[in-house]
Design a protein. Sequence first.
Length: 221
Amino acid sequence: MNLGLFSKRQCWLPTARGWAALAAIVLGFAILLMRFGNDFLAINSPVPSQVLIVEGWLSDYAMLGALQEFRRGEYSFLVTCGGPLVEAGSLSRHQTGAEFAAAKLQELGLPRDRIVVVPSSGSARDRTYASALAVKKWLRNSNLSVRSVNVFSMAAHARRTRLLFQSGLGREVKVGVFAFPDASYDPSRWWASSEGVRNVLSEAIAYFYARCVFPFLPPIT
């Protein structure tokens, strides 16, 4: 007995040829990702600039690489950025990633007067973009005529970093980026280690989100 709760509908399903085509597409995408995924995400594309921006979450050995780049590139400013540290308690000397990065760079030998600490808000949606907005505010308040910056990032995070900093700083500032290698996996065989798989796949998803979803969300202020 039909009480109007059900209806008959047609359902289209792939044929054997259709399943084969879908499998070929998935396999081809997987091969492309394995071959070019890390290289695409871990982009090195610096620009001539007097400002080097260092993300506060970088490891100690990446901070050392940032210090070497600062000295090699003859920059005028090294800007550390980053928001509130989740694990920072009332007894912690460093409440933000920007402060923590500045302290690490001083321990590595960079004079304090060469560092500009630019902490960002506690945005949970996209901390990299929040850092870019904080740097933009600093540039505006400092009255510096800056037309380009380089951001020192790490491995597969670099392409998303450049995208979000370019979006945050606007067209008037050209953004370059450094992708310091992640020592926890071989970038040419990232799929052969759990760290490589976790980093590359998560950053690939995050880049897709930043490119295709983030621009349509309400702006971070």
